[in-house]
Design a protein around this ligand. Structure first.
Ligand SMILES: [Zn+2]
Length: 124
């Protein structure tokens, strides 16, 4: 069974951990409201794969990197939602975040935000 935030159906696109504005519709037993109240642990997450789009954009600007897209296109450029054309497309989206995470300062910010995001998701 896929992890809740990796669920991919036409009616339930993947939502990254940082999106706290929309309630999750989880597949199968994960949809049980009692499940949502249960404490959870995060066994595996990629800092580059769950970066906040705003952070990605801000770090690129601070580092003088040209992402080649407009700010309003940042989220779509790195969000994986199940509509990718295959593994190469999926990996291309993920790899767009790598260039901004090559400094200690950037990694420290990203790790701090990951901690905040998982706490907001109820992950202990
Ligand atoms: Zn992994």
């Amino acid at each position: 069974m896929p992890l809740p935030w990796r669920a991919s159906t036409a009616s339930s696109p993947i939502r990254p951990l940082w999106n706290h504005e929309q309630p999750r519709r989880l597949p199968g037993s994960f949809g049980d409201p009692a499940f949502l109240q249960m404490p959870k642990s995060n066994l595996h997450a990629h800092l580059e794969g769950s970066i906040r789009p705003a952070t990605w954009w801000e770090l690129a600007q601070a580092q003088g990197l040209d992402l080649g897209i407009a700010p309003e296109a940042a989220e779509a450029a790195i969000t994986v939602d199940g509509r990718e054309r295959g593994l190469a497309d999926y990996l291309a989206r993920m790899s767009r975040t790598y260039p901004v995470l090559r400094t200690g300062e950037a990694l420290q910010r990203r790790a701090s935000e990951a901690e905040e995001d998982t706490a907001l998701d109820g992950i202990i």
